[in-house]
Design a protein around this ligand. Structure first.
Ligand SMILES: [Zn+2]
Ligand SMILES: [Zn+2]
Length: 338
């Protein structure tokens, strides 16, 4: 089978490997589509993410759909949860598996991900998807889970006014979830005009091309007659967006940080956050959202399909990564079936 490994920054190599054998409780799956995530782009362009660096040639890919390739469920179309928390540590026992220190995560550290034709994975983290959900859509369920968890942290009360800063895949799905949660005003910002346009299609009521933090915050405040937003979701991973979030939030409001900062540091003007008594929350992955995410997508409540703007064959992986780095589209996927 073909397998794609990253050896260092901008060094991806495809090679032939043997098809793995499932261990106890695992199933063999044939990967059909893999999405390129912002974190994969960090690995690709910087050779690492935060304090993590590549220690061995690693198969990336944690946003993926597949078909079960053997056993009683053979032929079942599935989405796969890339996170395997231990379920035994204090965090897991307390109901916070998203911060499990022993988590095994596809495409990270010693766990190979989905940019290969076959892989094995525990059955309990493999979820059947209905026929009306495409494999391309299936790759976005992990991202949808991230947005759902961020909304839960908010949380949004009906008729809240919210801002979503950054309209990449997570931001766009946060906008859709905010609309479903009953927000009446959804103010979206991004540095890329085409992303803002899509934000409008997905339910944002106000669109602003991001330039400088104080100007943006003033524009957002103006939309609420100076009051500020009930909840601000920062999904840009950009220090300027964190500053905007703090400035655009109402006194007593909530700021949810979802983005991954490039410089691995988050800062904002303390006096503004302090005087407003803001609650600042940092969102980490998700909590068992797959069944609900599948339900939202297959019932048409959430549009995943429109987010997939680029699809490449597996052999065209270089083009796929370069396209994702340029951020011209929204979601780039590798289609392993074509
Ligand atoms: Zn991801
Ligand atoms: Zn644990």
């Amino acid at each position: 089978m073909k397998s794609l490994r990253i050896y260092g920054a901008r060094d991806l190599r495809m090679s032939d490997e043997t098809i793995p054998t499932p261990g106890p409780g695992e199933e063999l799956i044939q990967v059909t589509a893999v999405g390129l995530c912002g974190s994969d782009i960090h690995w690709y362009s910087e050779g690492g993410i935060g304090s993590n660096t590549i220690e061995r040639p690693l198969v990336l890919g944690h946003e993926f759909a597949a078909v079960i390739a053997a056993g009683p469920r053979k032929g079942t179309r599935v989405a796969v949860d890339p996170a395997l928390p231990c379920m035994e540590c204090e965090s897991c026992q307390e109901g916070n598996p998203n911060v499990c220190p022993n988590v095994r995560f596809a495409g990270h550290a010693e766990v190979d991900g989905a940019m290969r034709e076959y892989m094995t994975w525990p059955s309990h983290a493999i979820f059947p998807i209905p026929d009306n959900l495409s494999f391309a859509g299936g790759t976005l369920l992990e991202t949808l889970g991230v947005a759902m968890h961020a909304i839960n942290l908010g949380p949004i009360t009906p008729a809240d006014k919210v801002a979503v800063l950054g309209c990449g895949p997570v931001g766009l799905l946060t906008i859709q979830m905010a609309r479903l949660a009953g927000a009446t005003r959804i103010f979206a910002t991004d540095r890329i005009a085409s992303r803002l346009e899509m934000a409008g299609d997905m339910g944002a009521t106000d669109l602003l091309l991001a330039d400088d933090a104080s100007g943006e915050a003033a524009a957002i405040s103006k939309a609420t007659a100076g009051r500020g937003m009930d909840v601000v979701y920062e999904a840009a991973g950009d220090p300027a967006a964190v500053e905007t979030a703090v400035r655009a939030c109402k006194a007593g409001g909530r700021v949810v940080l979802i983005g991954i900062p490039v410089e691995d540091r988050t800062s904002f003007t303390a006096s503004i956050a302090r005087r407003k008594g803001l609650t600042i929350m940092i969102s980490r992955r998700m909590k068992h959202t797959y069944p609900r995410a599948i339900d939202l997508a297959s019932s048409g409540k959430v549009d995943l399909k429109s987010l997939v703007t680029h699809s490449f064959t597996f052999g065209d992986f270089d083009k796929a990564f370069q396209t994702a780095v340029k951020r011209t589209g929204i979601k780039v996927i590798l289609d392993l079936q074509s």
